[in-house]
Design a protein around this ligand. Structure first.
Ligand code: IMP
Ligand code: MG
Length: 178
């Protein structure tokens, strides 16, 4: 598969930094005394998670789950698999799930359902990017960075066919090769 034309910038690194700080302020107000378990969904959230937790100056723990649904297709297949689960006990913990982007909502719903079965004290979601136009199932998002237009986004952790995750800005691809 050939690499698409160069992506155009949608949100600059400065806009991302300001948004991450705003989210961290909101999360701090709610979680500073709760010693939350912050769970990042890999791979897409790795960069966001790294920046977000460095803005949180209170006790917390971290873990990661890795799910996959897309393969190299643009749209979610709806078939979600856990590639790597978490070992940290979740029972009675205040869990904050950190996601890069909520699109159909299927991946997030799958993760939330499996975490809820472990009986956390509470569970909330922080996503950097929300594409509400494409939601197929309702999912609760408590902290949202940007509401985005219906474009295919790459960079700052997000990929197209495993490429572009390393871009420091959030960009979009005009044309997606199929
Ligand atoms: P959903 O299950 O359709 O909500 O998709 C969630 C996952 O699909 C995200 O965690 C991303 O990894 C991926 N995804 C959704 N939209 C995009 C996009 O625009 N660019 C890159 N990855 C995306
Ligand atoms: Mg993802």
């Amino acid at each position: 598969m050939s690499r698409p034309t160069a992506p155009a910038v949608l949100y600059t690194r400065d806009q991302i930094q300001a948004t991450v700080r705003r989210l961290a302020g909101e999360i701090t107000a709610d979680y500073a005394t709760k010693k939350p378990l912050v769970i990042g969904i890999l791979k897409g959230s790795f960069m966001f998670m790294a920046d977000l937790v460095r803005e949180l100056d209170f006790p917390l723990e971290m873990d990661f789950v890795r799910v996959s649904s897309y393969g190299q297709a643009r749209r979610s297949s709806g078939k979600i698999t856990v590639v790597q689960g978490i070992r940290t006990p979740v029972k009675d913990r205040h869990v904050l799930v950190v996601e890069d982007i909520v699109d159909s909502g299927l991946s997030l719903r799958f993760v939330l359902d499996s975490l809820r079965r472990k009986k956390p004290a509470s569970i909330e979601v922080c996503c950097l990017l929300d594409k509400p136009a494409r939601r197929a199932v309702p999912v609760p998002v408590n902290y949202t960075g940007f509401e985005t237009p219906d474009k295919f986004l790459v960079g700052y952790g997000l990929d197209w066919a495993e490429q572009y995750r390393n871009l420091p800005d959030i960009c979009y691809l005009e044309e997606i090769p199929r």
